[in-house]
Design a protein around this ligand. Structure first.
Ligand SMILES: CC(=O)SCCNC(=O)CCNC(=O)[C@H](O)C(C)(C)COP(=O)(O)OP(=O)(O)OC[C@H]1O[C@@H](n2cnc3c(N)ncnc32)[C@H](O)[C@@H]1OP(=O)(O)O
Ligand SMILES: CC(=O)C(=O)O
Ligand SMILES: [Mg+2]
Length: 359
């Protein structure tokens, strides 16, 4: 563990200073594409401005024989594209793979000045972040970069989840965490074969009704409620990220056709504190942009509470509900997010600007 006085020192002579604070840049959808897939890659320039993050994926979902093609495709796209307001991220191969060293030593000199965040898969503990941190500093110094590239860890092993706090605290470059439900399910020996989302077998069932004599009727019809397999992990991520001033994300939702359940899963994550989710297919960008933007009703209510609370202390009654110092803070979170998003999303800005704050 580095002592506090050295925590923000560059890890290589000539490397840019690591950030003191991770900016809250909108990242409702982290859109994955394979830079070696010509059809997908061709769509990327037109997606700039329509999605908050474009991520060139080099890891799983890219065939072993295409790893070099995808890496070169990413370099080409990085060089040729003006990303404007859209962030440009990549997911490198895992640290134990034969490809990751070439990923880093190619990408940083070639397109390091364009890359905002490098996503590191299968992070097990602080030692993985320390390795990437030092190597990035050396490569940034060599390439003469003046801005540090941030690091995002995917939680997809039981050990990674157990070490979540030390991963978040491992480097000032840490930007956030994503849930990796497929690898995590395998590593934990969970018995779901889905990529994220719920499972019809994971339920809580209503108690049996009783007959007039008080005897439970086990065979009578009962309602069952499907539960969220990922609640525990997401909640841990949210707390760890909030504590360290970084950002939690829901990962992928593999059932592309089930846009309804995808929206539900993303909304659960939004309500719990996540700032975004992954999009694997263009249809999921629309879902994430909608879900991770506060609704006009919520923003209207939040502004009303803030206006009524004056200096933010005391208690008031609004529509029959008590509001006080704590609930006004919840409202400030909502309004701050709305303001960040309005800066990059003209449609949202129009909708939020049209809100009239009533007493
Ligand atoms: C567990 C994990 O690690 S998750 C992260 C790794 N996985 C990924 O990154 C997967 C990324 N997504 C994909 O590979 C694809 O979307 C698939 C395989 C899921 C589906 O692909 P397709 O069967 O081609 O989908 P579909 O036919 O609906 O595509 C429609 C169009 O959108 C394009 N498209 C599909 N996905 C994407 C994408 N992620 N980005 C850009 N364009 C895309 C297709 O190329 C196709 O283009 P066309 O109309 O010119 O032919
Ligand atoms: C997101 C990811 O990599 C996984 O679910 O395994
Ligand atoms: Mg994975």
């Amino acid at each position: 563990m580095r002592p506090a006085k050295d925590f923000f020192a560059p890890l290589a002579v000539g490397a840019p200073a690591p950030p003191r604070e991770i900016p809250a840049r909108p990242s409702r959808a982290i859109h994955f594409f394979d830079p070696g897939n010509e059809k997908m890659a061709a769509k990327v320039p037109a997606m700039v401005g329509t999605v908050d993050v474009l991520l060139g994926n080099l890891e799983d979902a890219v065939k072993a024989e295409n790893k070099e093609k995808s890496r070169q495709g990413l370099v080409d796209i990085g060089k040729a594209t003006d990303f404007g307001p859209t962030q440009f991220w990549t997911r490198i191969n895992s640290l134990d793979s034969p490809w990751v060293l070439d990923d880093l030593t190619t990408l940083v000199p070639e397109i390091g000045h364009k890359l905002d965040v490098i996503m590191v898969p299968k992070v097990q503990g602080a030692e993985d972040i320390h390795y990437v941190d030092r190597l990035l500093a050396q490569l940034e110094a060599k390439a003469g970069l003046d801005r540090p590239i941030l690091v995002h860890a995917i939680l997809e092993t039981a050990r990674g989840v157990a070490n979540i706090e030390e991963i978040c605290a491992a480097s000032p470059r840490m930007q956030g965490l994503s849930l990796g439900p497929a690898d995590l399910a395998a590593d934990r020996r969970m018995k779901t074969t889905r990529v994220g989302g719920g499972h019809p077998g994971y339920v809580v069932r209503q108690d049996p009704v009783k007959d007039d004599l008080g005897v439970p009727q086990y065979d009578a019809e009962r309602t069952s409620y499907q539960q969220d397999l990922w609640h525990y992990t997401i909640a841990r991520m949210v707390d760890a990220c909030a504590m360290h001033g970084i950002y939690p994300y829901y990962g992928p939702f593999g059932d592309i056709k089930d846009t309804v359940a995808c929206e539900d899963q993303f909304r659960n994550a939004f309500l719990l504190g996540c700032v975004g989710a992954w999009s694997l297919h263009p249809v999921q960008i629309t879902i994430a942009n909608k879900v991770f933007s506060p609704s006009v009703e919520d923003v209207a209510h939040a502004r009303r509470v803030i206006a009524a609370m004056g200096d933010g202390t005391g208690a008031v009654m609004i529509d029959g509900k008590m509001e006080d110092d704590a609930s006004v803070k919840q409202c400030q979170v909502m309004v701050a997010l709305a303001e960040e998003l309005a800066e990059i999303d003209p449609e949202l800005k129009k909708a939020y600007d049209a809100i009239e704050v009533t007493a």
